[in-house]
Design a protein. Structure first.
Ligand code: CP3
Length: 347
């Protein structure tokens, strides 16, 4: 195991220091005027595929706030082009064709990250060269089921009814698709680690839609294989985030992730009950709390800090992505408050 160097990596390994590390889901993006300015000249896909621009955007939030980690600027959908589907953003992902049969699954190929996602690896190398040495770099991928949802549906959806129906109507073809996504995302994350990512995160944004029984039957076995395939190749902290996953946590425990991300609907102390006290938790301030008065925002952040105190360690974050109309000054206040509050407690 490489020695954990940064506060963030230490927390991921269960080592508590004077304060929890802080980063913000979707910290690079449209709530930042400097991001919007850059995006006036270049569309989202081009930005993600041009390492100089993607690296610039990755670093933007760290130039503004004293964050403990940078997260690669890209999207969970980006590597799917390398598997044979056409992709656009409007602003959510739109696919040129849905995958809805065994024959459709056969048209996809396994991702070879070095061949079709080389721009992501180059972005990571560029960021690593510029990033403060006490900040960690997080690489990420979509979890197999969440990518499955977008592929079958052909784009975003409220409930991904078509994708969930496909899982039950054609379990063999669905499992083949999930497996292909699992092995491809494992290879993608291994390549990101080798290009400089200090930690690896799987975003399972739609896992909460599937229900505990189907999660255990169709989703968890593939997640376990994905984690095992990554661990066989590289030693980096793995973060698993299942949005709306409160009912899945006793199963998520079996995944053996180093860190489990929790959305804001579940107090962290209750997550620890299901996950066990040896698991590190990440989260989980309600992104809407950034619209509160400063005293209310501070109180909400203190609550999250108190709740996280019972876990092996705590990575402070929001419970889901920051809303695009958030005032960046509120983020500055929040990050400073977490720093000060934790230091006061230690002193
Ligand atoms: O966190 C970061 O700062 C890194 C960048 C990042 C993006 N997408 C950039 C992005 C990350 C980690 C993601 C992950 C992602 N993408 C997820 C998982 C996390 C989650 O929110 O649950 C999902 C489900 C997607 C799919 C996606 N991409 C959606 C639904 C949308 C549209 C909605 C939205 O927030 O705009 C996107 C587009 C997207 N991805 C944007 C950004 C900055 C907006 C594009 C723009 O600038 O116009």
């Amino acid at each position: 195991m490489p020695e954990p160097k940064t506060l963030f990596e230490k927390a991921c390994r269960g080592i508590r220091e004077s304060r929890p590390p802080v980063w913000i889901m979707r910290q690079a993006g449209r709530y930042l005027p400097e991001y919007r300015k850059l995006r006036e000249r270049v569309d989202f896909l081009t930005a993600t595929k041009t390492p100089e621009i993607a690296a610039r955007i990755t670093l933007q939030p760290l130039e503004r706030f004293p964050l403990d980690a940078a997260i690669l600027f890209s999207d969970i959908m980006t590597p799917l082009e390398g598997m044979g589907v056409g992709l656009d953003f409007a602003p959510g992902p739109v696919l040129d064709r849905p995958i809805r049969s065994a024959a459709d699954v056969d048209t996809l190929r396994a991702l070879v990250p070095e061949e079709s996602a080389g721009f992501v690896l180059e972005t990571l190398r560029m960021v690593r060269a510029e990033l403060r040495s006490d900040a960690a770099l997080i690489g990420f991928a979509g979890a197999p089921f969440t990518l499955f949802c977008y592929l079958v549906e052909g784009g975003g959806s409220k409930d991904f009814a078509t994708a969930r129906a496909f899982l039950h109507a054609e379990p063999e073809a669905a499992t083949r698709l999930l497996r292909l996504l699992g092995t491809s995302m494992a290879a993608y994350l291994v390549a990101q680690a080798r290009a400089g990512a200090d930690a690896l995160m799987l975003f399972d944004s739609w896992a909460g839609l599937v229900g505990p029984q189907s999660f255990g039957r169709y989703v968890l076995p593939i997640l376990k294989d994905t984690v095992a395939a990554i661990r066989a190749e590289v030693d980096r902290p793995l973060i698993y985030f299942a949005n709306a996953g409160a009912t899945l946590l006793s199963q998520v425990r079996e995944l053996d992730a180093d860190v489990v991300g929790i959305d804001w609907t579940l107090p962290l102390s209750r997550a620890v009950q299901d996950l066990g006290a040896d698991v590190v938790v990440q989260g989980n301030l309600d992104p809407a709390a950034l619209f509160a008065s400063r005293s209310e925002l501070a109180a909400a952040a203190d609550d999250v800090l108190r709740e996280g105190a019972g876990a092996a360690a705590h990575v402070f974050n929001l419970g889901h992505g920051i809303h695009r109309t958030t005032d960046p000054d509120q983020v500055a206040f929040l990050v400073d408050h977490v720093h000060e509050q934790s230091l006061r407690k230690a002193g």
